[in-house]
Design a binder for this molecule. Structure first.
Ligand code: ADP
Ligand code: MG
Length: 487
């Protein structure tokens, strides 16, 4: 039980259930024709319905329903043939209708699961309770004017999928892995862009502690966390806070808390004791959503390959390690990019070497220069070409790093750079032999040490040979010749 937290009174188990709000990638809102595109001037994408004017009727956006179906299928869930929209009643300035249209008793999707990959190489299945469709609220801003609040209704009525997990997540690591994996699946499906900075994906984390074998403890809910890193920090803070309270004899109150990234702590927003009774009831303006099998089937047959399936295929087809395959499939764009280059390289074992190069050198350069995979300074087939140059012995792996740096700077083809810069590897044995003879003659003391049994000196001597040939000697050949001559 590596996940247990040690307190003064013994070991505690952390229990976490996540509610993820994923904005449906749709041009229009859930019940009105207004644009749902992010970033427009305030209150320019608001119909009478979105503004809560009397007498307006909602019309369900079929595209959004299809996205919820697709997402349900993507997490191996049951798509319900009948679901019902309910009104969740509460008064708030950014909720012009006085209620949110949501689904409580009959959600469109139930069940399903997400398999998460943990750092110890194991995976864990997290079951999903439900996925329902609902509207987003508007956005209030309180810091633009000393005495006034501003409200932007552009977001009011935008379609959200709320995806609720079972309380089966047992650490901040697992919670972060769950959100990353779910986000990856949504992006593969194209049903949500997963942009956490713009709020297209927000997480509520329910956290509690209990002693294993005893009933669950009372939970606190941390609302609207908008980055994976903050989620980890918020949960860690919450675990420590609750542990201190329980162990000093206090009780956890069920409440809603907010995470403040600048202080790294959660703060109480409201307690559940004075939580509102939402007086849910079926929205009389909307008929039940009835899906026929043909509609679900037509979505099912067009499902893209998802990360888990792609990972298994990469392992089989390209002989990749589990780890490499996982890294490459996390983002669909990276996986596509990799597959394109792997197909272009001809050398034996190129696919595996390309994976290494992508994960180590290319990712590092991307991070350094803040570049995205669709915006690299070199043509994709140039990476294939570079790897082929290593495999056919034209350059060593070490020289290839220099070529890569030049390729990144200039966008030139690697074969051309090798030519221009005279970096071709020396495999000609007579040239290498001559260099080896010179090194042996110039390092009499070290050669004696080696012959007397001090084998570490060999590395030094190889280094001298490589230096004499400006790093261009074929390392395998140089090693062999040196060994033979020292014998
Ligand atoms: P609410 O409507 O108050 O948000 P839900 O029943 O929808 O309540 O549950 C919300 C989330 O809380 C779910 O993800 C669930 O797994 C999680 N949860 C329920 N009980 C606990 C608990 N004791 N500790 C941690 N998470 C919990
Ligand atoms: Mg909740």
């Amino acid at each position: 039980m590596e996940n247990l937290v040690k307190g003064q009174t013994g070991l505690w188990e952390v229990v976490i259930g996540l509610e993820v709000h994923a904005q449906v990638s749709s041009k229009a809102k859930l019940f009105s024709g207004a644009s749902a595109v992010f970033g427009a001037d305030p209150n320019t994408q608001v119909t009478y319905l979105d503004a809560g004017m009397p007498g307006m009727l909602p019309v369900l956006n079929k595209f959004c329903v299809d996205q919820a179906i697709k997402t349900g299928l993507g997490i191996n869930a049951t798509v319900n043939r009948v679901s019902i929209f309910d009104r969740k009643n509460y008064f708030y300035a950014d909720l012009p209708l006085g209620y949110q249209i949501s689904q409580l008793y009959y959600p469109i999707v139930t069940g399903g699961y997400v398999d998460i990959d943990l750092e110890n190489g194991k995976s864990k299945r997290i079951n999903v309770t439900r996925l329902h469709l609902e509207q987003d609220a508007g956005k209030s801003t309180h810091d633009l004017h000393p005495s006034l609040s501003y409200i932007d209704f552009n977001r009011a009525g935008v379609a959200l999928m709320e995806i609720v997990s079972e309380p089966e997540i047992n650490s901040s690591q697992e919670a972060m892995a769950y959100v990353k994996k779910l986000r990856s699946i949504l992006r593969y499906l194209g049903t949500c862009d997963g942009n956490m900075e713009q709020g297209s994906l927000r997480v509520d984390a329910n956290v509690s502690l209990h002693k294993p074998g005893t009933p669950f403890g009372t939970r606190a809910e941390i609302k609207n966390v908008n980055s994976v890193r903050f989620l980890g920090q918020a949960i860690e803070y919450e675990i420590a806070r609750q542990l201190e309270i329980i162990e000093s004899g206090g009780v956890i109150v069920q409440e809603t808390r907010l995470f403040d990234p600048s202080r790294g702590e959660t703060r109480s927003l409201r307690s559940k004791e004075d939580a509102m009774d939402y007086r849910y009831f079926p929205d009389p303006d909307l008929r039940p959503v009835v899906l026929d099998e043909a509609r679900i089937e037509s979505i099912r047959i067009n499902m893209p390959e998802l990360p888990d399936a792609k990972r298994e295929r990469f392992i089989k087809e390209f002989a990749l390690s589990e780890y490499d395959a996982n890294v490459l499939v996390a983002e669909k764009e990276v996986a596509d990019f990799y597959e394109k280059i792997a197909a272009a390289a001809k050398g034996n074992g190129a696919a595996k070497l390309i994976a290494n190069w992508l994960i180590v050198e290319v990712f590092a350069a991307m991070n350094r220069d803040n570049k995205a995979i669709d915006n690299l300074p070199f043509a994709p087939n140039h990476l294939a070409e570079l790897v082929d140059l290593i495999i056919d012995g034209t350059i060593s792996g070490k020289i290839a790093k220099d070529v890569f740096a030049k390729m990144w700077e200039s966008g030139k083809a690697p074969a051309k750079l090798v030519e221009e810069l005279g970096l071709k590897q020396v495999s000609d044995t007579s040239v290498i032999e001559k260099a080896v003879d010179e090194v042996i003659a110039a390092n009499v003391a070290q050669v004696e040490q080696y012959r007397a049994g001090k084998e570490q000196v060999f590395g030094f001597l190889v280094g001298q040979v490589m230096k004499a040939l400006q790093g261009k000697a074929n390392p395998g050949v140089a090693n062999q010749i040196l060994k033979d001559k020292l014998r």
